[in-house]
Design a protein around this ligand. Sequence first.
Ligand SMILES: [Zn+2]
Length: 311
Amino acid sequence: MTTALLTHSDCLDHVTPPGHAERVDRLRAVAEALTTEGFAGLLREDAPLADEAELLRAHPQGYVDKIKAARPAEGTVALDADTHMSPGSFRAALRAVGGALRAVDMVMAGEAANAFVAVRPPGHHAETARAMGFCLFSTVAIAARYALDRHGLSRVAVVDFDVHHGNGTQDVLWDDPRVLFVSTHQMPLYPGTGAAIETGAAGNILNLPLPPMSDGRRFRAEFEAHALPRLDAFAPELVLVSAGFDSHAADPLAQLVWGVPDFAWITRRLCDIAEAHSGGRLVSTLEGGYDLEALAASVAAHVAVLMERGA
Ligand SMILES: [Zn+2]
């Protein structure tokens, strides 16, 4: 068994305006970090294009049509102050969703022990009918629904350690008791949601907001006290991860002060949960991370742990 890496060059064709934090170079930095010798054992596969019907697991047809129609013929178009589309964005987003779904298929079939999906645009801010926060489609929520409905699972955990609250994932999965959604994030910070009192219609959501300047020690203590017992009790049959690396101290968009070892730590804990309940099955998808050096080092630490635990 091994760790799968799914990515696609189409994800470089999602172009944002000059100076935008969520830029093409992020994915280049991630790809370069994973080409060093230690990552030779990755099972590399191109992320396939998702069938457009898969988007309907999280979004109404009207929304999908609207995003598709918003594609500019050239240049970029702004969907809101943060979220832009270029001619290649819709296809890149279909690769992102397709990569996540293929990764689910691979771990469910035992073709890989776990997987990392290196794609963009990210997905965790995209709500049921609203693109926002650099995100077009709710990739991880779609993957959760796909695992439940296509693979016949009853319980899927989604853990989001991006520094921003996964409001889109929460919106899509708000009333789905088959999913436990756990998010750690800085508060106050964009998008403003993610208070501890937001627990989902079925009590299926756990938000762990962290004050600015929280270090890895604070995060680990909160996660151990609150998230790990909930995840253990839920006993997921699959663990999905919204892996954002913008909690790193060097990240320009937020003020948490995690270091690279904190990303290795959370990856180990999530692998522990997967090993205890899910046969080790874990699929991690790239969300944020905007300092290229910190992003590359943090992704490398994350994937190194996946490989160590997936071997
Ligand atoms: Zn983020």
